[in-house]
Design a protein around this ligand. Sequence first.
Ligand code: TMP
Length: 214
Amino acid sequence: STEQTPPRGAFIVFEGVDRCGKTTQCNKLMEHLKAKDLSAELWRFPDRSTESGKRINAYLAKEVEMSDEEVHLLFAQNRWEKRQTLLDKLAAGTTLVVDRYAYSGIAYSSAKGKDTMSLEWCKAPDQTLPAPDLVLYLEVSAEAAKARGGFGGERYETADFQEKVAEMFEQQKNAVWVSLDADDSPDEVHDRVKAEVDRTLTTLKDFTWLPVLR
Ligand code: TMP
């Protein structure tokens, strides 16, 4: 047969503190991928539509209380539920643009600073989940974050806590991370996002396997 296996889709994750502009950038990237005629889907974690997601939503809305340890595991479960679908989509050639992943789980939980929840403890439940090809980290300066303000009433939405979260994101940077200055205009940020994603898409021709989170 002359049929060629199509390259797998790219697994692209956006990370950053609340209100850093991730949603805007995800939408702009989706338009870019569609314009290139690529099969792509936009996902987000937490996925609030599943059973675990509904409990997470109630927790974030402060409708229910849960221990910090329990909710940490629930966020991880919410990702594990999606593991097989995620792998199937990538194998079928669909690129996934994912708004938050395990790095958020680790950053928000470890930012609580509890001695029962070390960085290692926080990392464990997500270990061996598929690892992304590219993490686009939207970095906001503390001043810009304060100026943006306008936090909603959800749990975690305070400037002090977000600053700690940013520190915990910094500690997780690795070879596939690219930090983007989120204080730039949305179009400037998008230009860099496009360049990084296009570069990542070309590297996928060379390998089909997906690494796992360590
Ligand atoms: P969202 O605003 O992107 O929907 O995320 C909801 C909140 O949940 C946000 O404050 C980040 C937080 N979060 C965690 O604490 N752990 C996680 O694993 C994820 C994905 C998000």
